[in-house]
Design a protein around this ligand. Sequence first.
Ligand code: ADP
Length: 484
Amino acid sequence: MPSLADKALFRDRAFIDGNWVAADDGATFAVDDPATGNAIGHVPMMGEVETRRAIAAAQAALPAWRARTAKERATVLRAWFDLILASQEDLARLLTAEQGKPLAEARGEVAYAASFIEWFAEEAKRVYGDTIPAPRPENRLIVIKQPVGVVAAITPWNFPAAMITRKVGPALAAGCTVVVKPAEATPFTALALAELGCRAGVPAGVLNVVTGVPERIGGELTANPAVRKLSFTGSTRVGKALMAQCAGTVKKVGLELGGNAPFIVFDDADLDQAVAGVLASKFRNAGQTCVCANRILVQDGVYDRFAERLAAAVAGFRVGAGVGDGVTIGPLINAAAVDKALGHVADAVAKGGRVLIGGGRHALGGNFVEPTVLTGVTAAMVVMREETFGPVAPLFRFAIEAEAIGMANDSDAGLAAYLFSRDIGRIWRVAEALECGMVGINEGVFSNEVAPFGGVKESGIGREGSRYGIEEYLDIKYLCLRLP
Ligand code: ADP
C-alpha cells in the first residue's frame, strides 16, 4: 500500500449500497505494482450474486436520486469534485502504485478526472427539452428528457480515475444510478473515488463498485434487465462481446474501443511542433492510451530530418518507476503488454525496419521497455495494422497527400487522428477526409471535459465529455397533448 496522508482512501472492499463489503465466499485477488511486481493489496473476487445485489441497490436508489432537482444533484457532484481535488496527491500516488504512470501524469489524470465531475455538475442543470410546432391546431408537442435508469460502467486500467468519472459524472448528473466494474489491475483508484463520493453525499446505492471476475460480473451486468445502459471503455474484442450480450435486453450501449491513430506530418509542418506532438501523443502513459499515435506517416521531404529530431528527443526520456524523480516513462502494465510491444518491434525488424533508438527491454527489467523509434516501416508490418499500446513509434514514408489519407483510413479503427501542416487548405481537406472521431491539428493532446471524445467504425459508439456526453444517459420522451 502506498503511503497516503488520508489512509481511509485505501479501501480494499467492494462498495455496494453504501457498505464496504467482501465477496460472499471471502475470496480476494492481488493487485500488483507494475514497477516492482509486488502486491499492493487485495480486493474481493466477486461474481454474479454480488453484482446482482449491486444492481438491486442501484435500482432501489434510483427513484429518490432521479426525483432530486438537477441543482441538488449538481451540489453533490460539485462537493465530490472539490474532495477529489483536495485529495489529488493521495489519489495520484494510489494511481501510480497500481497503474505505473509517472506521478506527474497521475496528478494530471486526477485533475482531468475531477474536471468531468465539475463539468457534468454544471451540465446537470442544462438538460433542456423541446417544444415542436404541431401539425394540428388542437395539439401541443413537447419533448422531455429523462434518465435512462440503472447504468453499468466497465472501465480499463490505463486511466483508472478518468474513465470512471467520464461515465459516472454524466450518469449521476442525469439522475441515473451506477454499478462500476473497474479493471482488475486498478481497482484501488475506483474504490478511493467511491469513498470520496460517499463523503460528498452521494446516497447509498447511487454509486456501487464491484470488483472481481470480468466475465461473471460482465455477464450479470449485460443480462440483468434492470440495467438500461452499458458504458464500456476497453478493447474492441471485449466491446463487441459485451454489445452482443446487451442485445438480449436491448440496452443502450456506449463504447470507447481501440484506436490505431494515424499521425500525419506533411512537408510544410513545423517540425518542432510535430516532434513535440509525437512525444505527447505517442509516449504519454508509455504509449498506453487509446488515442496514442500508432502509425506515424511522414512526408518524403522531411522524413529523414523528422526521424533524426524525434530520436534525439526520445533519447531525453527518463524511464523508471512512476514515483521516481523526473521519470517520464513508467513501466507497461504487465508482462503481456511488454511481449506485445517487443513483438511489434521484432516483426518490423524481421521485415526490414530499422531501429533508430531503443528497440528492446529496458535495463531495469520487469515491465520496462525502451522508448523506441523505427524507420523504414511498411504497411506489411504488424506495427502498422494493430494498436501497439507501448512506447514504439514507427515512421512510415509517404509521397503525396492522397496516399497519406488512404493509408490513414485503411483501418477498422477510427478513434483519433493527428495532422501537422501549415497549409490551411490541406488542413481542412485532410481533417474532413479522415475516418475518425477526433483530429488533433498541430496538436498532440486534445482530450478535455468540454469536448466530445469518441470514435467511428470499430472504435465505438457514442461520445463522452462535452454537452453531448450527458445525452448518452438520457431517454427522449415525446408528449402529445390535445387541448381540452
Ligand atoms: P485491456 O486489453 O485494455 O485490458 P479489456 O477490454 O480486456 O482491455 O478490459 C477493459 C475492461 O473490460 C476491464 O475492466 C476488464 O476487466 C473488462 N473485461 C474484460 N473481459 C470482460 C468480459 N468478458 N466481460 C466483461 N468485462 C470484461
